[in-house]
Design a protein around this ligand. Structure first.
Ligand code: GDP
Ligand code: MN
Length: 384
């Protein structure tokens, strides 16, 4: 999950990276007051999760609080469009920050190199808004340092990489210290990306993060509950957001045959079978291993929130999951919810006989194989 710039700066500051002071607001009337508190010489920045805000007109420098406030007011509620993001994003918050005097702009990031199974630190003396072009036309201007996640990086290795990146001698010491903090932040925050562009070098000889981008691995969000909450708020789809709150693995797709299965692999197979039978999956939903009746009912509730669904395929292969528990969940859902959708269920494995016995007399349509289930649901959903 991507964090906003102001959140990313909070994170980096906690790990000792120097960042300019500032305040964030979603209130158009408040931008000016913040600019006044900061002395008027500020930078006003749109807080949207997309790159290239500078070129898109979402970042502006001011000498006085009044025009800064007016620009902040104008930004909130506006749709910002950039080359990387042609559909654009609406600005909900602006960051008003102390304007840094920038003499030179450098680049710094830490990310994961999956193939090498190591962290990758990238450093360049040519930071700023054209870093993509630098990467494309003069890749040698970006120094790369692999870091073993268990061993970390020795100070001399980092110093060596900083020199290779042609960071001027005056800034090298602070740069090495910043990289060490960034690596710690990356590991302790379970990040998948930490980027500072530009790293600002001031005429007074101080290095600070004028911009920041932190992205946290979704699978580790439970370890960072403060940010998990923003993930729900940031989710574009209401059903996906509700699924995240319930801790259910759900992805909304654009078809109309809803699918519930246990185990990601089985759910994906079910999606393939629905497609092979001529249908279009409406979602991916994995009830998870060992799901009890209550969880199955919660999953069915999610499915019913999707008004495009014309039919539901339930595909359970009981291992740790007991089929009688699944059946109880389905029956509880039928008891309390108004289920008009045709439902085809293929239930096999642990306690399948008990499960099927429980379901006798219900409105469920049974199937003995996954393929048969897929054909039946596509049939009734589209013809019935
Ligand atoms: P991005 O375009 O989305 O990456 O947004 P940035 O926060 O990086 O801002 C774009 C550009 O504005 C930077 O590359 C800087 O050149 C400039 N900028 C941003 N903040 C400041 C600041 O505090 N002082 C000065 N002088 N320039 C800044
Ligand atoms: Mn930037």
């Amino acid at each position: 999950m991507k964090l906003h710039e102001y959140q990313s700066k909070e994170v980096l500051a906690r790990f000792g990276v120097p960042v300019p002071g500032g305040e964030v607001t979603s209130d158009p009337a408040e931008a000016r007051a913040i600019a006044e508190r900061l002395g008027g010489k500020v930078v006003v920045k749109a807080q949207v999760l997309m790159g290239g805000r500078g070129k898109a007109g979402g970042v502006k420098l001011f000498d006085d609080a009044e025009p800064a406030g007016a620009f902040g007011k104008e930004l909130i509620g506006k749709r910002l469009v950039s080359i990387q993001n042609p559909t654009g994003m609406v600005v909900e918050k602006v960051l008003v920050a102390e304007q840094v005097d920038i003499a030179e702009e450098y680049y710094l990031s830490v990310l994961l190199d999956r193939a090498a199974a190591k962290l990758l630190v990238m450093i360049s003396a040519k930071g700023g808004m054209d870093i993509e072009e630098v990467a494309a036309t003069e890749p040698e201007a970006i120094a790369r340092l692999h870091v073993d996640p268990a061993w970390g990086a020795a100070a001399w290795e980092i110093r060596d990489a900083v020199k290779k990146a042609k960071i001027p001698a005056k800034a090298q010491g602070q740069m090495v210290a910043m990289i060490q903090k960034l690596i710690r932040a990356y590991q302790e925050m379970d990040a998948e990306l930490v980027e500072i562009n530009p790293v600002a070098w001031t005429p007074e000889g101080k290095l600070l993060a004028a911009d920041a981008k932190v992205s946290i691995d979704d699978n580790a969000l439970f370890r960072h509950p403060a940010y998990a909450k923003t993930a729900e708020e940031g989710a574009e789809d209401a059903i996906e957001a509700e699924a995240a709150r319930r801790g259910i693995a759900y992805v909304r797709l654009d078809g109309d045959i809803a699918i519930i299965g246990n185990g990601a692999g089985l759910v994906m197979c079910s999606m393939d079978e629905v497609k092979a039978a001529g249908g279009k999956p409406a979602n991916f939903l994995d009830v998870g291993g060992g799901a009890g009746a209550e969880r199955v009912k919660q999953c069915l509730e999610l499915i019913l929130m999707d008004d495009r669904a014309k039919g539901l395929l339930i595909n359970i292969f009981g291992g740790i999951t007991r089929c009688d528990e699944v059946a109880k969940g389905i029956l509880a859902a039928y008891d309390t919810l108004d289920i008009k959708l045709p439902v085809v269920a293929r239930i096999e494995g642990t306690a399948a006989e008990e499960g099927l016995r429980l379901l006798e007399g219900s409105k469920l349509i049974g199937a003995s194989t996954m393929q048969e289930a897929a054909r039946k649901i596509v049939d009734v959903a589209y013809k019935g």
